[in-house]
Ligand binder design. Structure first.
Ligand code: GLY
Length: 379
C-alpha cells in the first residue's frame, strides 16, 4: 500500500470534532483506521479519527488487491488461512458498506491470473503455485486459449498460467470514501491534525495533536508507514518502516479490450501487477524499494515498471498516463502486522499491514472493535 509526495484529497472528510472527550480515538485515517472507526461506531462508541487528510495516504495509491492466495508466498505459510479468511470477509463487508451508503460497491476485478513472462519466470510461478497448492490453496491451470479471453493483449511469450477465482480487487478510493461516509452516518468526527503523543492518565488516555488535546478511554494507533506518535512509557514502540513503491494509473483505451481480472506476474525475475478499475483505468505496479520516507518518483523505478509492463502487456504502449505515485508500505522486521492490545490499558495497535492493508482491513477492524468493546470504552 502506497502514498504520494503531496497528500492528495479523497474529496470527502469527517465533520470536525466539537468536543475534547471521546470514547475511542483512531490515529490514522487509512483503510485500517477508517474500517476500525466504522466498526467502533457501530458499537455505539463516540469515535474521532485523527488525521490531517483521511484516505489520502497509502490507501489512496494502493492497488486494492485482495490477494488471499496470491499474497501467500514462501515466507507466509503460517498466514495462509488468515489471508483466505480475510479475503472471504470482503463479500459481507462490501455488501454491508454498500447498503449503508446506499450505492453499489462492486469488486473492481473478479479474479486473478498469475503468469510468468518467460520460461524461467513461468518456472517461478509454477514453483509458487505448487507451494500454495500444498497449503490447500490451488490455483487452476489455464492454457493460452483461456488466457486470451481472461487477459486480452497478453504478450506472446506467455504460454500458460493459473487462475485464482476468489482473489479479487476492490476500488481502493471508492472503498475509502464509502468508509468515511458510513462512519460519518454513525457520528464519527475528525481532527485534521497529526497526533504527536499519547499519554496515560488516571481516567484514560490523552491524545496530543499539533493543535490541541483530547481525552479517550481507548486509542487505536493505525498510522501506516508514518512516524509513530510518542507512546506512553509503559508501551515499547514497535519497529515500523516504509517500503516504497511506484505505481502508474493508466487511461482506458478506446476500442481496445483490456483485462477485466487482476494480472500478477514475474517479468525477468521481478514481480509486476496490473489491476483494472471499474472506470476502465488500469493500475500498474509496483516497485519495492527501501529509501526511508523518500516518495520522489525515481526515473529508474519508473523505467523498470514501464519496461516490464510493456514486455508483458504490449498494449500498454498506447495508454495515456493518469498519474504516477511513489508510496510507502508500512512493514515490520518480519513483515507480520502488529494488531492488538498494548501493556497500556486502552491503547491498541493496528500497524504493519505491509502489502495487505486492504485484504486485512475488515478482519483487523472487527478484531480491534471487539477488543476495545471488551475493554469497556465509553463506560
Ligand atoms: N499489495 C500490493 C503492493 O503492495 O504493491
Amino acid at each position: 500500500m502506497l502514498s504520494g509526495p503531496t497528500r492528495p484529497s479523497i474529496g470527502t472528510t469527517f465533520p470536525p470534532l466539537r468536543d475534547d472527550v471521546v470514547d475511542a480515538a483512531v490515529i490514522g485515517g487509512g483503510v485500517i483506521g477508517l474500517a476500525t472507526a466504522w466498526r467502533l461506531a457501530q458499537r455505539d462508541l463516540r469515535v474521532a479519527v485523527i488525521d490531517p487528510s483521511p484516505g489520502s495516504g497509502a490507501s489512496f495509491v494502493a492497488g486494492g488487491m485482495l490477494g488471499g492466495v496470491a499474497e501467500t508466498g514462501f515466507a507466509e505459510a503460517d498466514a495462509a488461512s488468515t489471508h483466505v479468511v480475510a479475503r472471504d470477509s470482503w463479500d459481507p463487508f462490501l455488501a454491508e458498506l454498500s447498503a449503508t451508503i446506499g450505492r453499489p460497491l462492486p469488486y473492481a476485478a473478479p479474479g486473478t491470473v498469475m503468469v510468468g513472462f518467460d520460461r524461467s519466470d513461468a518456472q517461478a510461478i509454477d514453483h509458487l503455485v505448487t507451494f500454495q497448492r500444498n497449503l490447500g490453496l490451488p490455483g487452476r491451470p489455464v492454457d493460452r486459449g483461456e488466457l486470451d479471453v481472461l487477459v486480452p493483449g497478453l504478450g506472446r511469450s506467455v504460454r500458460s498460467g493459473y487462475f485464482l477465482d476468489r482473489d479479487a480487487a476492490v476500488d481502493n478510493r471508492a472503498v475509502v470514501v464509502a468508509l468515511i461516509e458510513a462512519a460519518t452516518t454513525l457520528g464519527v468526527c475528525g481532527v485534521s491534525e497529526n497526533c504527536t503523543s499519547i499519554t496515560a492518565t488516571r481516567s484514560g488516555l490523552t491524545v496530543t495533536t499539533t493543535e490541541g488535546q483530547l481525552h479517550a478511554s481507548s486509542v487505536v494507533v493505525a498510522t501506516g508507514a508514518a512516524p509513530l506518535p510518542a507512546l506512553p512509557d509503559a508501551t515499547s514502540a514497535p519497529a515500523i518502516y516504509p517500503v516504497g513503491g511506484v505505481i502508474l494509473r493508466l487511461e482506458p483505451l478506446r476500442d481496445v479490450q483490456t483485462p477485466a481480472v487482476v494480472v500478477r506476474s514475474v517479468v525477468r525475475g521481478r514481480p509486476l501487477y496490473l489491476v483494472p478499475r471499474p472506470d476502465g483505468s488500469l493500475v500498474l505496479g509496483a516497485t519495492a524499494v527501501e529509501r526511508g520516507f523518500d516518495v520522489a518518483v525515481h526515473v529508474s523505478d519508473l523505467h523498470q515498471l514501464l519496461d516490464d509492463g510493456r514486455m508483458l502487456l504490449p498494449f500498454l504502449d498506447e495508454c495515456g498516463v493518469l498519474d504516477v505515485m511513489t508510496g510507502l508500505r508500512p512493514t515490520t522486521p518480519d513483515h507480520r502486522p502488529i494488531v492488538g492490545a498494548t501493556t497500556t490499558p486502552g491503547l491498541y495497535l493496528a500497524l504493519g499491514h505491509y502489502r495487505n492493508g486492504f485484504l486485512l482491513a475488515p478482519a483487523t477492524a472487527e478484531h480491534l472493535a471487539s477488543l476495545v468493546a471488551s475493554h469497556g470504552a465509553g463506560r
